[in-house]
Design a protein around this ligand. Structure first.
Ligand SMILES: *Cc1c(COP(=O)(O)O)cnc(C)c1O
Length: 223
């Protein structure tokens, strides 16, 4: 199957990137982003040993969750509308797109257990991208302390879709620095030890710069 070939290639690249940066591949979670594909592909991935899935829309997530359920871990990686939080909140394992206080408030209101969240940061400052600016992140995270069901486990970003590898690397480095700064505060509600960064085109660089969660769609499952 095409998925197993792709997976072999990705695992090889992950190993190589770890070797270059003196890291252990066990410290990196590969999230298969299945937003483009149907449930059959998720089942193939499960058979190939993938346990983490990422979806960016409620409908796609719910459809797949209904079929697969707790056989997998579910990562919500897209813009989350506050009014739709209640439909997904007790089914997702991690949310990668916490980007505003109103969303935090709604998650806190609807969740029945602690929800692990990444704060999404728009490091590159592109207008089309969601997320907080680098400058806003620290005070935002401090304000999240009032929501006792939210645990800020890390930061997430999307690098710009460009050719310049060094510019991409700089985005990941900035996120890693910010993560270190927040981690060093030892906030009870925000241990912030993870970095969700790296997609099909840039996951090797992301690993070199410290990614703990990479989110791969097209290179793994096809378009
Ligand atoms: C679609 C998507 C991905 C995967 O993108 P690919 O380039 O296909 O690997 C990763 N993260 C987010 C937030 C996405 O929306």
């Amino acid at each position: 199957m095409v998925v197993t070939t792709n997976l072999e290639e990705i695992r090889k690249n992950m190993e190589a990137a770890c070797k270059r940066s003196n890291r252990n591949v066990k410290d990196i979670t590969l999230i298969a982003v299945t937003k483009y594909v149907t449930i059959e592909r998720n089942n193939e991935l499960l058979e190939a040993g993938i346990q983490h899935f990422g979806e960016n829309r409620n409908e796609g997530f719910l459809e797949k969750y209904e079929a697969i359920g707790e056989k997998a871990k579910w990562h919500f990686i897209g813009t989350l509308q506050s009014r739709k939080v209640k439909d997904i909140i007790d089914k997702v394992d991690m949310i990668h797109s916490l980007d505003r206080k109103s969303l935090a408030k709604e998650i806190n209101k609807r969740a029945s257990k602690t929800i692990e969240c990444f704060v999404q940061v728009n490091v590159s400052g592109e207008e089309t991208k969601h997320g907080l600016s680098v400058e806003e992140v620290e005070s935002f995270i401090e304000q999240i302390a009032q929501y006792d069901k939210i645990k800020v486990v890390g930061l997430m970003t999307m690098a710009p879709h460009i050719e310049d590898q060094e510019e991409i690397r700089s985005v990941f480095q900035q996120l890693a620095q910010l993560r270190n700064k927040i981690k060093d505060k030892n906030l009870a509600h925000a241990p912030c030890h993870y970095l969700s960064m790296g997609m099909s085109n840039d996951y090797k660089i992301a690993i070199e710069e410290g990614a703990t969660h990479i989110r791969i769609g097209s290179k793994l499952v096809g378009e």
